[in-house]
Design a binder for this molecule. Structure first.
Ligand code: BGC
Length: 899
């Protein structure tokens, strides 16, 4: 038998406050049997958990779709909660019981439904240039017994709410960072339990955040506006069915909060002596609280309000410091053992007015002193002024720091490690991937990749989390999205970001360097950065089977390639304008950031690649005219590329590692030129004793190309290389995250440079994709995306005796683990979720008779659909289930030896 489990609406479990009026539903088929697939399903939606009032039902629908199922002719209404359940029929015609009931709840769908007004502290109290944060509050009386209550809120700036002295919800950095003039996210909270009979009070803290605070360089502030403001409405439903609405309006009061300064880059200053005890409770008396003034209603539109799409930022982990020590310079420093992003929560005791300070740094310098020069202008400084008396606990609200080390100033002599906690914060995405192998250094690399993601997925995908940058660099996001999609479910996160990308896209189709665009006025559109407009939605489609993201982004995708087409005189080459090139490539001229690969080579290669993806998107969306047009355009670009960059005898005119990699990865060469390019790449690697020279653009594809073109052993050599430059070099230097530079810390312990040396930059972590896809062998199939069909094709290599990857797909767990012994005995353990099928490649064996499955003959195993012998291994078609294949191999991998 089988069951239906894991119900999700718009990727989330029982979400509240969603904005998709046509939400999509996913479920899993759970069974101990092999080969289970779905032939039909039925969905019911009701207004109550008991299904007494069924609103919509699909009826029995013949379909094998169990992921992101659209509900035909069903339109969800604003603020309503819907309960749903699913049952299904399998390939034997058996029917499952109904699933457990799940629900989703809508947010405020249209701006017209906001009757609240924008309110702010009067400018006389807090002028635009003032640094302290405001508080806003209101007391109110409830007239009856509360059945349920919802709070809908947003802010210009960041907000945190309290109801009757208790924090509302567990989200941080709300309303998140978007292209604020186009989209401002609204959040929904179930506050039924926080309300009290009779007198109540609600209060808000506001912080400058990305809206008003310092962003990018040259002291840029107030990028979106200068006045912090709040808008919320509290909808209370009484047991008699009547409703009451409490909204932000001129009946609220404002005061200055104890937060004297709050900045994303610079940290927070908090004077606990200025706390207003009980300020968000009904018992608080404003008259005696002093400093309260009537809040003012300000003019600001509501047309940009939309319910939040992505998971909010939440506290994820708590780390304890592993040491407290004194540096040679005499600094008192805590070591958290991990380069992390979030903040430190601490306890301290002392007299009123004592000031304690925490400074944050990623690394120590050569001498072991606290090093902050690579933070550039970002102060990363937390100041706390004690109110005195009892032990006090503090953590910031509207800022985050990227750090491993914390310097303590002004603290009492005697300190306990126990008094400090590193709180890790990031977008609350579901963790999906796991990778491990026989080489501990590679496992540390995997750990570092994961922490690169944790540190840089704080509501937007950022380049780094510590210096005065922390921006949504499009190129970095594009390079890492595929790896990120193995590690976590990034669909809601990137769906939100791509909407901002489209909002900030120029009328001519150009794409800003960063999204949200806070570098306005600077040049637009570098190749490999702007291509995020196409590569990101396409990756979401392939990884999650999400067709809607292609529908939503299609205009943005086509506008981007049209923009490129308009550049320069030859519409099939991109050889004009500014480009970052192979950023940080090691074949750069001395003192230069840009690698040696010609920028127009890179630009044209990416142009071709993006057009090829737009063509595929057009095909999926049934736009056949577009499909033909983009096919033709692609052929013309590829021809122009060859004309310009391939010599008559088939050699690439650009002799760098990155050039060979891009031309092969994007399939731009004919067979003869392909052979020469892979030979050239092998040669270049050999000359360099298997060290890479690639930068941001070439690195993500380097190992893919080697493994795909018969040089798998070279890919393993690069992966396992420990000397500089390599992925493992930073690991040998004690890295706990991915560095921006291959030589962030040099062999002698000195630093690369202070102006651009982040130790938490995920871009080079893109090797994670190869680790899952090739070392563990878990692959998507474009024709059946979202792991509806799966390829399991591990390519073992010298240096590892086993590798394992697992992945929570929307269908369930996919797992692949291979191991080999000295005498050539291979084992491959595979798990395929129900309602999917897999194509499994067993490397190094062509003889079916050699292979057993769970100890029995291969053909006799349940779930095996077909077996084909291939020159380089056995190909097996299998249905869902767990399998163990064992065979005798020839030890070395199947790849062609290097010439
Ligand atoms: C960022 C990069 C980004 C680059 C553009 C840097 O300052 O940190 O990661 O992609 O600028 O070249």
């Amino acid at each position: 038998m089988f069951e239906i489990t894991g119900l999700r609406c718009e990727y989330q479990e029982n979400p509240i406050g969603i904005g998709a009026a046509r939400p999509r539903i996913s479920w899993r088929l759970q069974s101990g049997e092999r080969g289970v697939s779905q032939t039909a399903y039925e969905i019911e939606i009701a207004g109550d958990a008991e299904f007494a009032s069924v609103i919509w039902k699909s009826g029995r629908t013949d379909s094998d779709q169990s992921v992101l199922v659209e509900l035909e002719a069903f339109l969800a209404e604003s603020c309503k909660r819907y309960y749903y359940r699913v049952r299904a029929w399998n390939q034997k015609g058996e029917q499952s019981p109904w699933s457990e009931t799940a629900f989703w709840e809508m947010g405020v769908l249209s701006p017209e439904e906001w009757s609240a007004e924008w309110i702010a502290a009067p400018l006389a109290l807090l002028p635009v240039e003032a640094e302290p944060s405001p508080l806003l509050r209101k007391s109110f009386t409830l007239a009856g017994t509360v059945k349920e209550a919802r709070l809908y809120a947003t802010a210009l700036g960041l907000y945190e709410l309290e109801l009757n002295g208790r924090r509302v919800g567990d989200s941080y950095f709300t309303p998140g960072w978007t292209s604020y003039n186009h989209t401002l996210q609204t959040q929904t909270y179930d506050v039924t339990e926080l309300l009290e009979a009779g007198g109540n009070a609600i209060g808000a803290w506001l912080g400058s955040g990305w809206y008003k605070g310092n962003l990018a360089w040259s002291n840029q502030r107030c990028l979106y506006g200068g006045q912090l403001a709040l808008m919320l409405q509290l909808r209370v439903v009484y047991t008699d069915g009547t409703e009451e609405l409490i909204v932000t309006d001129d009946s609220w009061s404002a005061a200055v909060s104890p937060i004297q300064l709050s900045e994303i880059y610079h940290g927070e200053t908090y004077d606990a002596r200025l706390e207003r005890k009980g300020w968000s409770t009904a018992a608080y008396d404003e008259e005696n609280g002093e400093g309260w003034q009537p809040a003012v209603v300000i003019e600001h539109g509501k047309e940009m309000l939309r319910p939040q799409i992505n998971e909010p930022v939440r506290k994820q982990e708590r780390l304890k410091p592993i040491a407290l020590f004194t540096t040679p310079k005499g600094e008192r420093v805590l070591d958290f053992g991990q380069n992390m992003v979030g903040w430190v929560q601490f306890e301290v005791q002392g007299s009123a007015g004592t000031e304690v300070t925490l400074l944050h740094a990623e690394v120590l310098d050569q001498e072991g002193n606290f090093y902050t020069e690579n933070l550039r202008a970002a102060k990363q400084c937390i100041r706390y002024v004690l109110k005195g008396g009892e032990r006090e606990t503090y953590e910031p609200r509207f800022t985050f720091q990227g750090f491993r080390y914390v310097q303590l100033l002004g603290f009492p002599e005697k300190l306990e490690l126990e008094d400090f906690t590193g709180v890790v914060l990031h977008s609350d995405m579901e963790e999906t991937g796991h990778f491990a192998c026989s080489e501990p250094l590679v496992n540390q690399l995997q750990h570092n990749i994961k922490w690169g993601l944790k540190g840089n997925f704080l509501d937007v995908p950022t380049d780094c989390p510590q210096r005065d940058e922390r921006l949504g660099w499009t190129g970095d996001a594009q390079m890492f999205i595929q790896t990120a999609a193995y590690l976590t479910n990034v669909a809601p996160f990137f769906t939100k970001w791509l909407r901002d990308l489209e909002s900030d896209q120029g009328a001519d189709g150009s794409i800003p360097f960063v999204v949200p665009d806070v570098l306005k006025g600077q040049e637009h559109s570098s190749a490999a950065w702007g291509d995020a407009a196409v590569i990101c939605p396409w990756t979401l489609y392939v990884c999650y089977g999400d067709k809607r993201i292609l529908e939503q982004q299609y205009d943005s995708m086509t506008a981007w390639v049209s923009y490129i087409r308009q550049q320069g005189e030859n519409e099939f080459l991109w050889n004009t304008g500014f480009h970052f090139g192979d950023w940080l490539g090691l074949d750069a001229k001395s003192g230069d950031y840009v690698g040696a690969t010609d920028r127009d080579f890179i630009a044209t290669a990416f142009y071709a690649y993006s057009v090829s993806l737009v063509r595929k998107a057009a095909a999926i969306l049934n736009k056949s005219e577009d499909e033909a047009e983009y096919q033709q355009l692609y052929d013309q670009i590829a021809a122009a590329f060859r004309e310009e960059f391939v010599t008559a005898s088939g050699r690439l005119a650009v002799p760098t590692q990155t050039a060979q990699v891009l031309a092969l990865m994007f399939g731009l060469l004919d067979e003869a030129a392909e052979k020469r390019a892979i030979l050239k790449l092998s040669e270049l690697l050999k000359q360099n004793d298997f060290h890479l020279t690639t930068g941001f653009v070439g690195t993500p594809y380097l190992n893919h190309v080697l493994s795909a073109y018969g040089q798998n052993e070279a890919a393993y050599k690069l992966l396992l290389q420990q000397t500089y430059p390599s992925w493992l070099y930073p690991v040998t230097k004690g890295a706990t995250t991915i560095w921006e530079h291959w030589d962030g810390i040099k062999e002698d312990g000195s630093f690369w440079s202070k102006d651009m040396n982040s130790f938490n930059h995920y871009a080079y972590g893109a090797i994670g994709d190869w680790m899952y896809r090739t070392a563990a062998g878990i692959q998507t199939v474009e024709e059946a995306p979202g792991y509806k069909r799966i390829v399991i094709a591990p390519q073992p290599g010298e240096g590892l005796t086993w590798a394992e990857g697992s992945m929570e797909t929307l269908y369930g767990t996919v797992r692949s683990k291979w191991s080999k012994t000295d005498n050539g005995a291979f084992t491959l353990d595979v798990t395929i979720p129900s309602n999917t099928a897999a194509h499994i490649r067993l490397p190094d064996t062509a003889a079916e008779s050699e292979v057993t499955e769970s100890g029995a003959a291969l053909r006799e195993a349940a779930g095996i659909i077909a077996v084909h012998a291939k020159a380089d291994g056995l190909a097996i078609e299998a249905g869902s289930g767990s399998y163990r294949f064992a065979w005798q191999g020839i030890l070395t991998s199947s790849s062609v030896a290097l010439v």
